[in-house]
Ligand binder design. Sequence first.
Ligand SMILES: *[C@@H]1O[C@H](CO)[C@@H](O)[C@H](O)[C@H]1NC(C)=O
Ligand SMILES: *[C@@H]1O[C@H](CO)[C@@H](O)[C@H](O)[C@H]1NC(C)=O
Ligand SMILES: *[C@@H]1O[C@H](CO)[C@@H](O)[C@H](O)[C@H]1NC(C)=O
Ligand SMILES: *[C@@H]1O[C@H](CO)[C@@H](O)[C@H](O)[C@H]1NC(C)=O
Ligand SMILES: *[C@@H]1O[C@H](CO)[C@@H](O)[C@H](O)[C@H]1NC(C)=O
Ligand SMILES: *[C@@H]1O[C@H](CO)[C@@H](O)[C@H](O)[C@H]1NC(C)=O
Length: 672
Amino acid sequence: MPGINGITTPLKLIFFLCLNFATTLTAGDDHQFIYSGFAGSDIIVNGLAEVTPNGLLHLTNGTAQLKGHAFHPTPLNFHEPLNGTVQSFSAAFVFAIRSIAPGVSAHGLTFFISPTKNMSSAFSNQFLGLLSKQKNGNSSNHIFAVELDTVLSSDMLDVDDNHVGIDINDLRSVKSHYAGYYDDMSGNFHNLTLASFEAMQVWVDYDGGRKQISVTLAPLQMAKPMKPLLSINYDLSRVLKDKSYVGFSASTGILDSHHYVLGWSFGLNKPAPVINISKLPKLPRIGPKPRSKLLEIILPVASSTFILALVTVIFLVIRRKIRYAELREDWEVEFGPHRFSYKDLFHATEGFKNKHLLGIGGFGRVYKGVLRKSKSEVAVKRVSHESRQGMKEFIAEVVSMGRLRHKNIVQLLGYCRRKGELLLVYDYMPNGSLDKYLHGNTIQTLDWAQRFRIIQGVASGLLYLHEDWEQVVIHRDIKASNVLLDGEMNGRLGDFGLARLYDHGTDPQTTHVVGTMGYIAPELTRMGRASTLTDVFAFGVFLLEVTCGRRPITQQDGQDVPFMLVDWVLEHWQKGSLPNVVDTRLLNNYNVDEACLALKLGLLCSHPLPNARPNMRQVVQYLDGNAIFPEQILTEITRNGGVEMGANYVVSPSPPSSTSFGTITVDLSGGR
Ligand SMILES: *[C@@H]1O[C@H](CO)[C@@H](O)[C@H](O)[C@H]1NC(C)=O
Ligand SMILES: *[C@@H]1O[C@H](CO)[C@@H](O)[C@H](O)[C@H]1NC(C)=O
Ligand SMILES: *[C@@H]1O[C@H](CO)[C@@H](O)[C@H](O)[C@H]1NC(C)=O
Ligand SMILES: *[C@@H]1O[C@H](CO)[C@@H](O)[C@H](O)[C@H]1NC(C)=O
Ligand SMILES: *[C@@H]1O[C@H](CO)[C@@H](O)[C@H](O)[C@H]1NC(C)=O
Ligand SMILES: *[C@@H]1O[C@H](CO)[C@@H](O)[C@H](O)[C@H]1NC(C)=O
């Protein structure tokens, strides 16, 4: 049932109460009444007729070959009390006819004045629910009606299937005209289609003095046209009984048709009250496609918005999947706790933004990040690595290295793997790497005490890796840029073992030499085997670098042979002028004994013959003053130590085999 079921109950109640009030107020006066919709009114209905919840008078509901009626409940006295003539009256009503198609409908409706409410004998179809075949045309009916007929019935002498007629006791109209109206301005006639489901208004006027009946039709929004559609002179005094009912009848034929009355007013001896169109109930929407302009605009917009949203969501999901994609393999399950999700690292570094870039090293870029959950500061190193070879061993090592705990070692927190990429997560070192302080131009330099403490710290960290942990860890890439400074300017070894990633699983014949030029022990280039003693070699070079404030190898302007730090220090040691090599930025403000010890120890450690080098435990003892530095040994090995002394003291910068240097981190610039 069409209606205002969408309206909430309290609203509906108010709506009905208002209408009820309006109707009873006017219906109380028998000479004038108005129905602005019929909800809650006391209108009488029978047959198919009913009042819909939103107040439409629904005369026929589509059921075929039936009829419906509606009456104003009280009869009116049409006769002049003194001489019995019928008084003037006027009626106005708004109707609509809905059918299977515009203009194709059955059968029609009438507005009538009748002496009785008992119309049970009336027929449907062409009799419009007004009269029966037997009674049609009998003057004892005392019926006046205006028919709105949508079927051409030849037995009723109809002009067409869309006409308005004036009926006196007979459905064969006294006068009829096809539906339409005369335009006030031009006087032209405009056709209207009754069964168009457009609401239209009808005015029926009887002038008791001039005995004139006129009927006017117009579209809903239009004011009553001046020229009526139908007008005849007819004395209704001979027709109407004094006490008569006013109402509507409608009938259906074989077609599914609905007849609606939206509003109705009547005046006896008075004009009919003007129907306020905005107060009328709304007709139900029909058809599969709502003809609402608003919906026609909103629907495409809404659906395209929906599609756009869907596409966006899919895009985001896919992008998220790609952005946060990781590599995860079965064997990693056991390392689970050390595994970081890429998403966490991505967010920690705000998508690896350049402003969080701490540096670019031999193995990759390092970013500063803040982990969301723990709010702890970390350094994330992205190492590009295509091969999966040795990855398992390396991860195992990374994880075991995660268990390394020493105050001079940068704590490795965990890792993450992606396609072609490995991410290592370390504690964040606020003071950055040592080489900035040694070789940078702008930053403050370190005083001697700080330098010596860093040297001792690094030695202690390296000793821990070599001897004090459950297995021997070879750092493989000791250099100033791999020494990081924590908040208290303690030196901490970072990046340990990373170099190993690059020589795992390779052919021993062509073992890649990994390390940094100037720190690579000669036997490493020859044999390709890293050992604790190759670490000691690099540590020796590191000692000299920190004490002298110079890089191990420097390409000098206009000279073919690069400057070799070890050779230079050795030369001065042999000349007995060792203090001359100490970093001039210290402005002679340093402990001479400590500096000389560092230099001599540096020479001893970076001796080309591995067996000549001390181990880290000895190194720590010398540095801490717990053992006397073996001056004698240094003197001997530098004098008699074999052919490699002098210019060949460190590895030549020109590689013995170009292939074996394929992955060397040539770090002459020292940048990290
Ligand atoms: C029309 O009304 C009649 C009588 O109230 C009812 O029997 C019939 O089912 C209704 N038809 C429709 C289509 O609602
Ligand atoms: C009947 O009475 C009314 C009012 O009293 C008057 O206007 C009308 O002319 C009378 N009609 C006849 C036929 O006398
Ligand atoms: C209505 O009229 C019919 C005959 O036309 C009759 O049989 C019936 O009893 C009447 N009903 C009422 C309520 O008067
Ligand atoms: C008209 O109706 C009356 C009463 O029902 C009846 O007596 C009369 O015969 C009818 N007239 C005709 C011509 O059918
Ligand atoms: C109006 O309707 C009548 C009768 O159906 C028809 O003859 C006439 O041509 C129509 N006028 C227009 C303008 O359609
Ligand atoms: C018709 O009704 C509306 C609200 O129901 C009201 O605002 C408007 O003034 C009325 N128009 C007339 C002519 O009474």
